[in-house]
Design a protein around this ligand. Structure first.
Ligand code: ATP
Ligand code: PRP
Ligand code: NIO
Ligand code: MG
Length: 533
């Protein structure tokens, strides 16, 4: 079979949405993902297998995790597309083979280099749970079967591609759960992420986990994730006074007229607000450099005016200044987007901002002004979101960075890759810690659904055991806890492991869906699971 070298199929170099049926998937998104992105011991074992003439023995490995992260009850599986891109394009370059020859401790026979030269994943079969699925401990996310030496080489990269992806997608899903369905969630983590791949991966997998958009421009381009952003404190503090604004004219939104001095219009509005019945006394003099920054930003983006209002004083300066600019825009037919709060008591300030907006709507008869959007950011995480909910707040969108992308509360998911069968013989890894004992045999994995269409339980069966059947009672036993067992009569049985890489077996291959579909799967599954947790 023909296997393509790393790199996208698309000649423009763009990463397309997802490979179509029958086509060799493009190479990994990150060009550092090569056959050398593995641990040295995979190569020493591969060499020893080869030397012993054992390398072609057919092995089955399961990739799974042992415990849900963040002390939670579920995990979102992510990273599959990158795994398939990797194995579909698995091929050593001459340079890589030379490096391995020099690197292996002691001697490395030429025959092994010839073996590596001819190696690809055509004899490998990879079955997986669809990406974006809600998954549970011990049930394989991937089942990889093939000649033991090559599958051994895949262990580390597959774990690398699945572990963080699933962890951060789960973290995103948890933030979504606390924030609620109606809030806009923005991933702002690139500056705090663990390097470029951590940043790109976080943006992609937080989107799968239910975030709406990212500030990461590269991720927007690679994956088509919606891009959103505001501006920073630097933009505000870079201005000194309104005199700095030289080009003051602004056309109305329908192009029918032009305001020659938008700055004066803003000042007039600020005065009107200051002396209005309902807002008189709320503020005295606002910060004029902040007003200059807002005015200037509005002149640049009259259709997308969003202001960061906490550089000096949110209530006495930021909000009145924002409203003056927004009302001036409104005179010209534009609708301001909203504000961002990045410090202080976000619950209190968001409520005060909402009151101010509602007062403006009433006072000046601007329909919809009370609903002006409020974005909050600054070290947000599950706990702070929960605290804000409990206090009551008026935030419409949350921008979340550090805690989300670094998975601050749990460093790794802890997926493992275990040999469960070789030459059709089961294999087990024993441990004093019973939760670490591997579950032997090549398995079938099924999700059983109840009457209302809700998932009840995931069950693993030996490959040669009969599969669960709709309407037939089946005993489901916990693998390590004898007392946990239940009879289930499934109303629907879903086979969890699907063939994503058939090698040369001739089996049908599942399509890799576009990112949006993966995200929809995740959101749909979580809406069913979280109800019953
Ligand atoms: N009402 C609230 N309830 C619970 N946590 C909140 C609330 N408002 C803000 N927070 C959180 O409290 C923390 C405040 O942090 P910190 O004191 O470092 O920031 P700040 O002083 O407001 O802003 P900065 O230092 O960035 O100017 C942040 O994690 C923020 O998300
Ligand atoms: O707080 P996070 O969840 O990581 O979200 C991203 C943060 O990045 C930006 O500012 P930055 O933190 O760089 O500067 P600041 O702390 O002065 O706001 C932004 O204003 C957020 O505060
Ligand atoms: O656009 C923003 O407001 C933004 C982007 C990244 C980090 N903090 C904020
Ligand atoms: Mg910050």
């Amino acid at each position: 079979m023909e296997v393509k070298a790393n790199g996208p199929n698309d000649e423009s170099g763009r990463i397309p949405d997802g490979p179509t049926k029958g086509r060799i998937p493009d190479g990994p998104t990150n060009p550092m993902v090569t056959p050398l992105l593995t641990d040295l011991y995979q190569f020493t074992m591969a060499y020893a297998y080869w030397k012993a003439g054992k390398h072609q023995e057919r092995a089955v490995f399961d990739l799974y995790f042992r415990k849900n992260p963040f002390g939670g009850e579920y995990t979102v599986f992510a990273g599959l597309e990158e795994c398939i891109r990797f194995i579909a394009n698995f091929k050593f370059t001459e340079d890589e083979i030379s490096f391995i020859r020099e690197t292996l401790p002691g001697s490395c026979e030429d025959g092994f280099c010839d073996y590596l030269r001819g190696l690809d994943c055509s004899e490998v079969e990879l079955y997986a749970v669809p990406e974006g699925s809600v998954v549970f401990p011990k049930v394989p996310l991937l089942r990889i079967e093939g000649p033991i030496a090559v599958v051994q080489l895949l262990e580390t990269p597959l774990l690398n591609l699945v572990n963080y992806a699933s962890l951060v997608a789960t973290n995103a899903a948890r933030h979504r759960f606390v924030a609620g369905k109606t809030k806009m969630l923005l991933e702002f983590g690139l500056r705090r992420a663990q390097g470029p791949d951590g940043g790109i991966g976080a943006s992609k997998y937080c989107y799968i986990g239910g975030f709406d958009a990212t500030s990461n421009v590269a991720a927007g381009r690679f994956f088509g994730i919606p891009l959103r952003g505001t501006h920073s404190h630097a933009f505000v503090s870079s201005y000194m006074s309104l005199d700095e604004i030289v080009e003051k004219s602004l056309q109305s939104s329908d192009g029918s007229s032009s305001c020659e001095d938008f700055v004066s219009l803003v000042q007039t509005w600020l005065d009107k607000i200051k002396w209005s019945n309902s807002l008189r006394g709320v503020f005295v003099e606002t910060n004029q450099s902040e007003l200059a920054a807002f005015t200037s930003y509005a002149l640049a983006f009259p259709n997308n005016f969003l202001a960061l209002v906490d550089t000096y004083d949110v209530i006495r300066s930021g909000i009145p200044n924002f409203c003056a600019v927004a009302l001036a825009l409104s005179d010209l037919g534009y609708k301001a987007v909203g504000i961002r709060l990045d410090s202080g008591d976000l619950a209190y300030l968001s409520c005060e901002a909402r009151k101010f907006f509602c007062a403006i709507e009433k006072e000046f008869g601007v329909p919809g002004f009370g609903k002006t959007s409020i974005t909050a950011s600054n070290d947000l995480n599950e706990e702070t979101l929960d605290a804000l909910n409990k206090q009551g707040h008026e935030v419409d969108a949350f921008g979340i960075g550090t805690y989300l992308v670094t998975c601050f509360t749990q460093a790794a998911l802890g997926c493992v890759f275990k040999l469960v069968e070789i030459n059709n013989q089961p294999r087990i890894k024993l441990s004093e810690d019973v939760s670490k004992v591997s579950i032997p045999c090549k398995k079938g994995c099924f999700r059983l659904y109840g009457k209302e269409g809700y998932p009840l339980v995931d069950i693993m069966t030996g490959e040669n055991e009969p599969s669960p059947k709709v309407g037939e009672r089946i005993l489901c036993r916990h693998p390590f806890n004898e007392s946990k067992r239940a009879y289930v009569v499934p109303q629907k049985v879903e086979e969890l492991l699907k063939c994503y890489w058939p090698g040369i077996s001739g089996k049908a291959r599942e399509d890799l869906p576009p990112l949006k579909e993966i995200r929809e799967r995740c959101i749909k599954q979580l809406s069913k699971c979280v109800l019953i947790i």
